[in-house]
Write a protein of this length. Structure first.
Length: 206
């Protein structure tokens, strides 16, 4: 009689926080691109910490291209200011949009890429209600020094907005080499603190 073999558990089988497993934690530590599970779990914690800020919708609401057409079964919901949202641009890149209390809308992109069609749809769904013309301001912000840390910068910029409001962007420089460990620390403690950063000069006038 054969004894049934036990399935060996992997890191993906071991829970960590939110939607994430221990494999997600290892991916963060091993300099991997942040997936939507990590971004959504992060936004959920920010939403809990800052209930006065609207937004934080699941990134999976973004439209997808099917047979040459953009399809969005549910889509993003319109948000009142102040609000903030991390977006997947449909091309392996995370960016942040925010709407200040005075209604101005900004897009913070740590690579300064062109707007994709997917991102245009998302911004219109969230901020375009009852507007004949949607104006999106794109300020200069710190640029990532590699091709994979966009999610970290989107999270750090979202936290900065929630804690301090929007004051521009170029007056802050995050310590990129410490951002991953800091993200893990915050998620495991269930509370966000400022990402390691330096200030220089004056906040740009917007």
């Amino acid at each position: 009689m054969e004894t049934p073999t036990k399935k060996t558990k992997t890191l993906s089988d071991l829970p960590w926080i939110g939607y994430c497993s221990q494999q997600h934690k290892q991916n963060i530590l091993n300099n991997k691109y942040l997936c939507s599970d990590i971004i959504i779990s992060t936004q959920n914690l920010l939403k809990f910490e800052f209930p006065e800020i609207n937004g934080f919708q699941e990134t999976t609401l973004a439209p997808v291209k099917v047979n040459g057409k953009w399809v969005s079964e549910t889509g993003f919901q319109s948000q009142e200011s102040p609000s903030v949202q991390i977006h997947h641009n449909g091309n392996a890149h995370w960016v942040l949009s925010l709407q200040t209390r005075d209604g101005n809308i900004y897009l913070l992109d740590s690579l300064s890429l062109n707007l994709t069609t997917s991102l245009e749809y998302q911004l219109t769904q969230i901020y375009g209600k009852d507007k004949k013309k949607l104006i999106i301001r794109i300020p200069d912000v710190q640029k990532q020094q590699n091709s994979i840390d966009c999610g970290l910068f989107a999270i750090a910029n979202a936290l900065e907005f929630c804690q301090s409001g929007f004051k521009g962007g170029t007056h802050i420089t995050y310590e990129q080499k410490y951002m991953r460990e800091h993200l893990i620390h915050c998620l495991e403690n269930g509370k966000f603190t400022h990402f390691p950063k330096n200030y220089f000069g004056k906040a740009q006038k917007i």
